[in-house]
Structures are given as structure tokens and as C-alpha cells.
Design a protein around this ligand. Structure first.
Ligand code: BES
Ligand code: MN
Ligand code: ZN
Length: 509
């Protein structure tokens, strides 16, 4: 269930003759006066001829354009591929994200070929790393449940990157990081894509153990008996309606040298029917992705362990299946959550905040420097920020650096406020809190609910905390674009790894 094929990445100084390949990819930018052929390893004569024909070929240089031409004998490639990189930024410079997307899009669209050489312009080792990362993410495919290929093309196996930085001493660690990040993102996608027939609480916990093999992490699994005994009322309440019992999984990476301690909490609803407050049939199948947050925090900690970063990082996976049945929780039920707070469940479809509350309380008990929770929490996230931009809410000391990390990683997140008037809307007539409140701005209402469960640190102040709502960006039910396939996207793994690196860099200086 957790097998993903990895591409082979290699980097060489540009020399078209030395590198026989199926396709040689060259960039085209969207200039102010039309398409511009970017710096490339062809002879001046060939490059000139191609540059002249760009317009007639109908190319604009827009992102995701991929056009195949017959290979030039000099290029040692069966085909020459022109790949759009979009509009360059100030000074004609391409951003790392533009390169990441162009590389990812080309590798994705060239599926069926074995070896592809990317000859996109690189101005730094970081640009080369971005291309490698894009290629790793663009080569993703999920075929585990197909009995036949049915004309589907195999993903590209080998990617060769042409760059003048091939011999740069800074490059190798950056490339290792790119490969690891690509692996973590792709593993996240596969967990999300896995059908609920195959991925349920117990098998998700098993997959977490399997993925952790060979890494210096400790995995602890709470089964339903232990959850019940220790009072995890939120996770148990949501899981009650299913024949498949809930789990809490803790994945700890604790290197001997650590200069920070971060806790990550993820929503792991392996299928969200809504429970007794059942969802409409249309699109319900997408709710197999309601465990994306847990998949993200798991693979983030595994990536951090793989990189050997000097940080204590713990992932808490709050896993349950939300089903309607005679055993399910009812609207108006009251739960006693882990830590003792009581919650009146007025809508069983607001289940994510119930499992997350338990996880946030458990994470708080270890006094981390910061808690970041990741969840496909609300449809309101999609209304507020759309399909591709995650919402981030919570303590300014965490949300600010998270936004900066997302910018650096090339992911879309946007900070939202937690207006004080929302708090009263989750008051209950019978319990400490109700699990639903003000509908308008429902993404923020959900975050205000979660905030109630963030514990105090040793200093007596609330532990710095941020909540990321990935309801929209975690699952692409539109067309693929850039390095992003259909279905599971693996979003926010890159942001979280970048956040941890930034925290470490700040503590070192
Ligand atoms: N898993 C859903 C949120 C969701 C919706 C994720 C669409 C991805 C795409 C969540 O459990 C849910 O059902 N939330 C409710 C909350 C409401 C009852 C307060 C929602 O957003 O409608
Ligand atoms: Mn729900
Ligand atoms: Zn849900």
C-alpha cells in the first residue's frame, strides 16, 4: 500500500552530445512581445531557427505548454521539447517555483518516455534543486488498483538535469533534499488516493509503521481500547459509528542534538460520510481525502528525520472513520474530550475538530515550542480561499513564519484572522462548547474551536499554535497542472519542512 516508484535524478554539465536521451526539454518564456526561447545547449544556428518559429508553432511560453519537435541530430535526443515557463519576474529572472512547475509539467506530460533531459536555465544551485523537486513530483502516478495499463503511460524513469552548477559543492545536499521532499509529497498523495476500502484507521496506522521503517523514528499506536481507557472522547466519539475502530498514531523523531521541539497534529478521517448529519451523495467520494492532514504530518516528520534536521518533531495522527449507524454518535450527544473539556456535538459532520481537539491536547502535554495542526477541516475554506490556497490561522509568531516558509517553498497559503466575536458562537446550552457555531467565516469558527484545546506551556502562556485548513488544496478534482496531478496533491509538506528549516536557521543565528 505504501509503494511509490522513485525517479532517478542525475545532474551533468551541459553537453548535448554526451547525453543520449529520449527528449531534450528547453524553456520558452512568455515575454512582453511574444514567446522567448530561453538559454539552451543547442548550436546558435538551431536555436535561432527554433526561436523564429515559436509564434508559428502557436507557442506563447505560458506555463504547462509542452510542444514536441523532431529531435535534432546534434541534440542526441529523439525529440526536442519546448516547455512554457510563464512570465518571468523582474529582470527576466525565473522564480524557483516557475522552474519547479515547468520541470514538473514537462515530466508529467512526457510520461511514456524513459529518459528525459531538462535543459532549463539555472542561475543558482537552488534553481537546480527546484527543477529536481518539480521533476520528482511531476513523475507521480497511482496505479496500484489497476489490473491493466489500459493505454496509460508509465511515468518517466530517469531525469537528467543540464546545468553549469553540476560540479558545485553546494549542489549534492540540495539534490538529496529535493529527492526526499519529492518522496514525501508523493507518499502523501498515495495515502490520500488510497480508496477507503483499503485505507481505514487500522491500515493507516500500519502504513505509518511501514513508511517509518529504516528511519530513526518511534511509532506508537493507540487502539480503541487504549483510546477509551485514556479518555480520548473526541476520536472515540467520531469513530463509534464505524465497524472499523479509530486509532491515534504518534510518530516521534528525537535526535540527540535538537534546538527546537515542534508538534504536528493531523486530521485522519479515512472517510467522512458526515455521520448521522449525512452528506449529500454528489462528490461524497472525494471524502476519502479527509485524512490528508494526517498523511501530511506523517510524511513531514519522516522527511525531517530523513534529512537529519536537529529538531524534535512529533506527528500526531488522529484517525477515525465517520459513519452513520446504530452505534454512531447523535446530534446533541455530549463528549468528554481528552483533557476533560466537554463538547456538545450539534452536527456530526463537524467531526474533524473533535478528533483534532484530542490530538492538540495530547500534543500540548509534551510542551512543544509550537503546535501546527493540518486538517481538511471546512468547506468554508474553499468558499474563502478557493481550491488552491490553504488558510492559516492562530498565533502570529507561528502564522507569520509559516506564510514566509510557504512562499519560499512555492506553496499557496494565506493568513486569516480569528475575530473575537466568533468565540461566543460556539457556546453550548449544556456543555463547555458546541462543535458548530457561526456559519459565515466557518473556517475561522472551526479554528476558534481548536484554539480552546491548545494547552499552556511551562511559562503559563498558551503554546504558540497555528492551524492550516487544507480542505481545498489537498485534493485536485480538476485537471492536472504543473507538478500537481489529479486527486491527492501532497500540499503543505514542503511548507512544513521549510518552516522547520527556517526555525532552525533562526535559532542558530
Ligand atoms: N471534511 C469536511 C470538510 C471538507 C469539505 C473537506 C469539502 C474537503 C472538501 C468536514 O468534516 C466537514 O464536513 N465540515 C463541515 C462543517 C460544518 C458542519 C460546520 C462543512 O464544512 O460543511
Ligand atoms: Mn465532516
Ligand atoms: Zn471531515
Amino acid at each position: 500500500m505504501v509503494k511509490n516508484t522513485e525517479i532517478k535524478l542525475s545532474v551533468i554539465a551541459r553537453d548535448v552530445k554526451k547525453s543520449p536521451t529520449d527528449a531534450l526539454v528547453i524553456g520558452v518564456a512568455q515575454g512582453p512581445d511574444g514567446p522567448v526561447l530561453l538559454d539552451n545547449p543547442l548550436t546558435a544556428k538551431s536555436a535561432e531557427a527554433i526561436a523564429e518559429s515559436l509564434k508559428v508553432l502557436g507557442l506563447t511560453g505560458a506555463a504547462d505548454q509542452v510542444h514536441r519537435l523532431p529531435g535534432l541530430p546534434e541534440a542526441g535526443a529523439a525529440v526536442l521539447v519546448l516547455a512554457g515557463v510563464g512570465k518571468p519576474g523582474a529582470g527576466g529572472r525565473l522564480t524557483e517555483e516557475a522552474l519547479r512547475r515547468a520541470a514538473g509539467s514537462a515530466i508529467r506530460q512526457l510520461a511514456g518516455l524513459t529518459t528525459v533531459t531538462l535543459a532549463l536555465p539555472t542561475a543558482s544551485p537552488a534553481d537546480v534543486a527546484a527543477i529536481a523537486e518539480g521533476a520528482a513530483m511531476g513523475s507521480y502516478s497511482f496505479t496500484e488498483h489497476r489490473s491493466e495499463a489500459n493505454g496509460r503511460k508509465e511515468p518517466v524513469k530517469n531525469v537528467v538535469i543540464f546545468t553549469d552548477f553540476a560540479a558545485d559543492k553546494d549542489l549534492q545536499p540540495l539534490l538529496n533534499r529535493s529527492a526526499l521532499i519529492g518522496k514525501a509529497v508523493n507518499a502523501t498523495r498515495s495515502l490520500v488516493n488510497q480508496p477507503p476500502s483499503h485505507l481505514f484507521p487500522e491500515s493507516f496506522a500500519d502504513a505509518a509503521k511501514e513508511l517509518s521503517k529504516g528511519l530513526p523514528v518511534k511509532v506508537t499506536v493507540w487502539d480503541e481500547k487504549r483510546l477509551e481507557k485514556e479518555g480520548f472522547g473526541g476520536i472515540m466519539g467520531v469513530g463509534k459509528g464505524s465497524t472499523r475502530q479509530p486509532r491515534l498514531v504518534k510518530v516521534e523523531y528525537a535526535p540527540s542534538k535538537a534546538s527546537a521541539k515542534i508538534a504536528l497534529v493531523g486530521k485522519g478521517i479515512t472517510f467522512d460520510t458526515g455521520g448521522i448529519s449525512i452528506k449529500p451523495a454528489l462528490g461524497m467520494g472525494d471524502m476519502k481525502s479527509d485524512m490528508a492532514g494526517a498523511a501530511v504530518v506523517l510524511n513531514t516528520v519522516l522527511a525531517i528525520a530523513g534529512l537529519g534536521l536537529p529538531v524534535k518533531a512529533t506527528a500526531w495522527l488522529c484517525i477515525a472513520e465517520n459513519m452513520p449507524s446504530g452505534a454512531a454518535q447523535r446530534p446533541a450527544d455530549v463528549l468528554t474530550m481528552f483533557g476533560g473539556k466537554t463538547v456538545e456535538v450539534l452536527n456530526t459532520d463537524a467531526e474533524g475538530r473533535l478528533v483534532m481537539a484530542d490530538g492538540i491536547v495530547a500534543a500540548s502535554q509534551e510542551y512543544p515550542d509550537a503546535i501546527i495542526d493540518v486538517a481538511t477541516l471546512t468547506g468554508a475554506q474553499l468558499i474563502a480561499l478557493g481550491n488552491r490556497t490553504a488558510g492559516v490561522m492562530g498565533s502570529d509568531s507561528v502564522t507569520g513564519p509559516l506564510k514566509a516558509a510557504a512562499d519560499r517553498a512555492g506553496e499557496l497559503v494565506w493568513p486569516m484572522p480569528l475575530p473575537e466575536e466568533l468565540r461566543a458562537s460556539i457556546d453550548s446550552e449544556v456543555a463547555d462548547l458546541a462543535n458548530i457555531g457561526e456559519r459565515h467565516g466557518g473556517m475561522m469558527t472551526a479554528a476558534v474551536f481548536l484554539r480552546e484545546f491548545v494547552g499552556k506551556g511551562k511559562d503559563g502562556e498558551q503554546i504558540p499554535w497555528a492551524h492550516i485548513d487544507i480542505a481545498g488544496p489537498s485534493f485536485n478534482n480538476g485537471s492536472p497542472y504543473g507538478y500537481t496531478p489529479k486527486q491527492g496533491t501532497g500540499c503543505t509538506v514542503r511548507t512544513l519542512v521549510a518552516y522547520v528549516e527556517d526555525v532552525l536557521a533562526a535559532s542558530a543565528s
